[in-house]
Design a binder for this molecule. Structure first.
Ligand SMILES: Cc1cc2nc3c(=O)[nH]c(=O)nc-3n(C[C@H](O)[C@H](O)[C@H](O)COP(=O)(O)OP(=O)(O)OC[C@H]3O[C@@H](n4cnc5c(N)ncnc54)[C@H](O)[C@@H]3O)c2cc1C
Length: 483
């Protein structure tokens, strides 16, 4: 039996699939003790999943990248499936580890699992150390003057600013001490995370490089390029003007602290307005986690109970046509098809598509949230729920319900030439900018010159915008004044 000082530390990777800026890993390596790195595929009913299909694709490649990175520094990644407690106790027995280190997670199910696990490990004399995880600041640390949680974004942003910069970035370890023997590992292939028939993810690999190397490359490209002009460009879906970091952040392949520092330091080369605006967006992510931390049912219950009696419609056909990008509103359809083909959707278009589902179709925001969770590579329990609720008007600091995005005006304002629509709705490619967002207004001669037959090559609108808007406002007015 090894002495405690030389016995291995189990390093449990979760949403922190990186070697740099990894506080738990750095502390384990600094101890000089051998490290056994493990990733556990927890059961779906444990409450932390299920992982959506698009993110399963991502996880496969991210774990493969992490495994290669660990091999490069003399270590290995052990893969195991099952209840985390059962797996960790088994690995402790197999490796004679006397400590388990992890970076904290902040979703309610994860917190519950970790707290119970910590107690059971400590009861067996196993040292458990947890470290700050996937956020800029710990959600429990930020409190209003009266000691409660924040409900409004702007004071939250001010609190983050007042809290000071997050920890400085630091490099990956150059060597990780190996244990005397390795525990058995499952293989990624047996986890079957990749789609096969049909392989709907075939375009993903041309766009994404999951893993820490891909994440850093995205950050560097953004800082050297689109960050300059971010504030103005970020709303234009045809322009590559945003960081495209959300999926990497969702899996913890890059620390938000590193992203923060990379942007914050650029006072001479980048306009302060761009730098601040970008950091404010990054802080929305922390704000969403703050909300989830304090409202654990954020993905299933209205944050504002006033919406609990809202008269949502049951409309399976409308929902199906929305998911397929067949609503007859080009900007909505382009967004939904981008989501299916690339696993991502531009933020402005997410707002338009979500608003269309919730308000013009009057379909419960939870249905949209679930679809996004399954199809987004950046699906995140906090950001997805909080943003859906924000659009619905039931969330914290939400857009008022009566603010209903008009998909025609939004399209014309943010995709004026129709380049985004043309990319994802190729059947409208030949339509000129005047009608690209409203093909149903185009004269027959224009449609036929563009090769379009409404109702055949491209759908007619599934709902009249004026009718949908009035119906939504009537349903909203029927709500009680307070929950
Ligand atoms: C209905 C809806 C659902 C959404 N679901 C998710 C989700 O599941 N996962 C997710 O990461 N984002 C979600 N968002 C927020 C936002 O659309 C994405 O974070 C953003 O599009 C990612 O692209 P980017 O990395 O290029 O963003 P950038 O504009 O470059 O922003 C940088 C980072 O800031 C954070 N960020 C930006 N906007 C937001 C926001 N509104 N809320 C929270 N964080 C933000 C992200 O981490 C992002 O990577 C959702 C938005 C809406 C309207």
């Amino acid at each position: 039996m090894p002495q405690p000082s030389t016995s291995p530390i189990l390093l449990w990777f979760r949403k922190d699939l990186r070697l740099a800026d990894n506080l738990a890993l750095a502390s384990a390596v600094d101890s000089g003790r051998p490290v056994v790195a493990v990733y556990i595929r927890e059961p779906e009913d444990a409450g932390t999943g299920p992982l959506g299909a698009a993110q399963s694709w991502w996880l496969h490649h991210s774990l493969s990248a992490l495994s290669a990175a660990l091999s490069g520094v003399g270590s290995r990644l052990t893969l195991a499936s099952g209840d985390a407690g059962v797996v960790l106790h088994r690995l402790i027995a197999q490796t004679a580890a006397t400590a388990v280190y992890w970076n904290r997670r902040y979703d309610p199910a994860g917190i519950a699992i970790d707290s119970a696990l910590k107690a059971s490990l400590v009861a067996k004399d196993i040292e458990v150390r947890s470290f700050a995880g996937q956020l800029l600041h710990e959600p429990s640390r930020l409190k209003t003057k009266t000691g409660g949680p924040y409900r409004v974004y702007t004071p939250f942003w001010r609190a983050i600013e007042a809290a000071g910069d997050p920890h400085e970035p630091f490099d990956a370890p150059s060597k990780i001490a190996a244990p005397c023997s390795w525990s058995e590992s499952e293989t990624l292939e047996t986890w079957k995370l990749l789609p096969t028939r049909p392989n709907w993810a075939q375009e993903f690999s041309g766009l994404w490089v999951p893993g820490e190397v891909g994440a850093l490359a995205r950050l560097n490209a953004f800082v050297d390029g689109a960050l300059d002009g971010y504030k103005a460009g970020r709303d234009l879906p045809a322009k590559p003007a945003t960081a495209m970091l959300s999926a990497h952040l969702a899996m913890g392949e890059i620390a938000p602290a590193r992203v923060w520092h990379a942007v914050r330091g650029l006072t001479e080369t980048v306009d302060a307005a761009d730098s601040i605006h970008f950091r404010k967006e990054l802080v929305w992510r922390d704000f969403c986690y703050h909300l989830l931390y304090h409202s654990p049912n954020l993905s299933s219950a209205n944050w504002n109970p006033r919406f609990d009696t809202f008269a949502w419609r049951d409309d399976p056909d409308g929902f199906r046509r929305w998911t397929k990008g067949q609503t007859g509103y080009p900007i909505v359809d382009a967004g939904m098809r981008q989501l299916w083909r690339h696993g991502i959707m531009h933020n402005r278009v997410r707002m338009i598509a979500a608003s269309f589902l919730i308000k013009h179709l009057l379909i419960d925001w939870r249905q949209g949230e679930r679809w996004f969770r399954d199809t987004l590579v950046d699906a995140d329990p906090a950001s997805n729920s909080a943003n859906w609720q924000w659009v619905a008007g039931s969330g914290a600091d939400a857009s008022p319900f009566f603010r209903i995005f008009n998909p025609l005006l939004q399209g014309e304002k943010f995709d004026p030439e129709g380049a985004y629509v043309r990319k994802f709705v190729p059947e409208l490619e030949k339509l000129d900018a005047t009608y690209i967002h409203r093909p149903f207004d185009a004269p027959e001669s224009v449609l036929s010159a563009a090769g379009i037959t409404l109702g055949s090559t491209y759908p007619r609108p599934i709902v009249d915008l004026g009718f949908g808007r009035d119906r939504a406002l009537a349903a909203f007015k029927a709500l009680p004044a307070r929950g």
